[in-house]
Ligand binder design. Structure first.
Ligand code: 5GP
Length: 176
């Protein structure tokens, strides 16, 4: 375990097993269709790549980068930093997110992508922190529901560090 991590909340094995199950459900739901996976950078990278490898359907991948966080604090104001390269009109779109916390980022993203006329638009998040919700978001696929703790690892950062940890962990107070 990394020296700055106080507790491993979700182990590497638990992550991989849950992602396998999620990918089975998604492959079943979108059978015979091509799904456009929209990854929300940068937190989605490990989740998206592990999920993608397991999917048994035709896929298209694109990315968006949004910003609302500075360190461990949400600013509450969401901005688009990097937009999609593809046109999603008439496409089945599945947003791939690392964590839904206040829901403000996903709320912004749903509103933004809906205006582009996708055939369908759903959310798949690795982690769901429902106790912090400020905006209602319809989550179709959630890997794990977690308590109100600031987590890092498996793509999630604290000031750009810890994304490489293969598990989801909670940082020691001294590291924050
Ligand atoms: P929301 O808009 O739902 O509050 O937050 C969404 C984004 O905030 C996530 O995509 C993620 O980048 C960041 N975030 C929210 N909670 C956490 C957390 O516990 N740990 C980390 N590392 N990032 C978080």
């Amino acid at each position: 375990m990394h020296e700055d991590v106080e507790e491993v909340l979700i182990s590497e094995k638990e992550l991989q097993e849950r992602i396998k199950k999620l990918s089975r459900g998604i492959s079943e739901e979108y059978k015979g269709r091509c799904v456009t996976l929209v990854g929300v950078l940068k937190g989605c990278v490990l989740f998206l790549s592990d999920l993608l490898k397991q999917l048994k359907i035709e896929t298209n991948v694109d990315f968006m980068m949004l910003s609302s966080y500075a360190g461990a604090q949400s600013t509450g104001v969401v901005r688009t930093i990097l937009d999609l390269k593809q046109n999603i009109e008439g496409r089945d779109v599945l947003i791939i997110e690392d964590i839904v916390d206040s829901g403000l980022t996903m709320n912004y993203m749903l509103k933004n992508l809906k205006t582009r006329g996708p055939k369908s638009l759903e959310i798949c998040t690795l982690l769901d922190k429902p106790s912090c919700r400020k905006a209602r978001v319809p989550i179709k696929y959630a890997g794990f529901v977690i308590p109100d703790k600031f987590v890092v690892g498996y793509g999630l950062d604290y000031n750009e560090l810890y994304r490489n940890l293969p598990y989801i962990g909670v940082l020691k107070r001294s590291a924050l």
